[in-house]
Design a protein around this ligand. Structure first.
Ligand code: A3P
Length: 293
């Protein structure tokens, strides 16, 4: 598929966005959520695909195993706000889903979520990843995805990330906004990439108890194997190798899957500046991230 030049970033209701995620705004805002819909919300590169695959396996791994080998994860778990004609939009894909529940993903900051999700009291899973690994992952992603703005060099990218001038805006506002929402909306399960890495089984158990699921020991073992980084990297249905807009020659979607890769990217000076700025932006002592384990 031919792609037009990389998109420009612009301010959209106070958040940096591109047209791929704003042009369907009205339709997205009017999306009719159902009470059993499950929304996966993340800042880009926090591990969205990982948690999407876990949820898909938990709900449909036993009942419709053919899905796993025939439908790519981005069609099983539609990306709500994406709109890139002639490709089917995320909203249409979600509306066409015949599954129950429908599992839908979004990168929207909390204030952009269509109101029907709140009205229907839908279950929402939010996954967050520490800022340093998140920005490194996002940088490599933007290099290889042709529908993202040109990332430029690492130093200028890091600056723009700190200023919130990357797609979906400020990481700091995103993770804080959703954290704050958790205080008033009880159907929100807030998870961390670092916990998932450290104790995948334990985190799957917590997810199951939030979702009201009780998979067998055997099933959980199977899921644990399926969602391991190395298994997902090899699996064409979840590694995005079938997705048209990515240049795998530049970088892979399933790139490293590590905590602490930021140390291979940040200079000492960048790290000091980042930490200083971080302290000013992350004032809530109850929201803590780990940059190494
Ligand atoms: P890296 O670029 O650091 O490797 P998203 O799905 O939100 O786009 O996030 C992608 C990031 O999650 C990538 O990070 C990818 O490697 C990582 N990831 C995906 N599946 C994973 C898994 N099973 N275990 C660990 N990391 C995973």
């Amino acid at each position: 598929m031919e792609f037009p030049p990389r998109p420009e970033i612009f301010d959209f209701h106070g958040v940096s966005m591109t047209q791929y995620f704003t042009r369907n705004w009205e339709k997205v805002q009017n999306f009719k959520a159902r009470p059993d819909d499950i929304l996966i919300a993340t800042y880009p590169k926090a591990g969205t695909t990982w948690v999407s695959y876990i949820l898909d396996l938990l709900y449909f791994g036993q009942t419709s195993p053919e899905r796993l080998t025939s439908i790519p994860i981005y069609d099983r778990v539609p990306f709500m706000e994406i709109a890139h004609p002639p490709m089917i939009s995320g909203v249409e894909l979600a509306e066409n889903l015949s599954t129950s529940p429908r599992i839908i993903k979004t990168h929207f900051p909390v204030q952009f979520i269509p109101k029907s999700f709140w009205e229907q009291n839908c279950k929402i899973v939010y996954l967050a990843r520490n800022a340093k690994d998140n920005v490194v992952s996002y940088f490599h992603f933007d290099r290889m995805v042709m529908i993202e703005p040109d990332p430029g060099d690492w130093n200028s990218y890091l600056k723009r990330f700190m200023e919130g001038k990357v797609v979906f805006g400020s990481w700091y506002d995103h993770v804080n906004g959703w954290w704050k929402k958790k205080q008033t909306y009880s159907n929100l399960h807030y998870m961390f990439y670092e916990d998932m890495t450290e104790d995948t089984e334990g985190e799957i158990d917590k997810l199951c108890s939030f979702l009201g699921l009780s998979p067998s020991v055997e099933e959980k073992k199977q899921i644990r194997g399926e969602v391991h980084f190395d298994s997902m990297k090899k699996n064409n249905m979840v590694n995005y190798s079938l997705f048209p807009a990515m240049e795998f020659k530049i970088s892979k979607f399933m790139r490293k899957g590590k905590i602490g890769d930021w140390k291979n990217h940040f200079t000492v000076a960048q790290n000091e500046e980042f930490d200083e700025d971080y302290k000013n932006k992350m004032k809530d002592p109850t929201l803590q991230f780990r940059t190494e384990i």
